[in-house]
Design a protein around this ligand. Structure first.
Ligand SMILES: [Zn+2]
Length: 87
C-alpha cells in the first residue's frame, strides 16, 4: 500500500497512513492542524531573505575560520602538550 501523506510504499492493510505519518497525524490530532503547519513553516521553511541571511552567516563563518590564529590550540591538544612537557 502507499501512504496517503508521504506516498511511500509500506506494509499495511487497512491504514491509509504509514507508521511515521501516523505519528504526524497524531500530533495534528493533539495540537491541531494549523499549529503543526505554523511550526513547520516557522521552523523548517525559509523565505528568500532568511536564506540570504543564512548564506551570509555561513560565508562570514568560513572567512573567520580561515583567519584563525595559528597559535590557537584545542583544549585537548593543549593538555597533551602540557603532559608531554611535564615528562
Ligand atoms: Zn507516510
Amino acid at each position: 500500500m502507499y501512504c496517503y501523506l508521504c506516498e511511500n510504499e509500506y506494509v499495511g492493510f487497512r491504514n491509509t497512513w504509514c507508521p511515521e505519518c501516523r505519528k504526524i497525524k497524531n500530533l495534528m490530532n493533539v495540537y491541531g492542524r494549523d499549529r503543526i503547519l505554523t511550526i513547520l513553516e516557522t521552523c523548517c521553511l525559509r523565505n528568500p531573505e532568511q536564506l540570504e541571511n543564512k548564506i551570509m552567516k555561513q560565508k562570514k563563518k568560513e572567512e573567520s575560520d580561515s583567519q584563525t590564529d595559528e597559535s590557537y590550540m584545542k583544549p585537548s591538544d593543549y593538555k597533551k602538550k602540557l603532559r608531554a612537557t611535564a615528562n
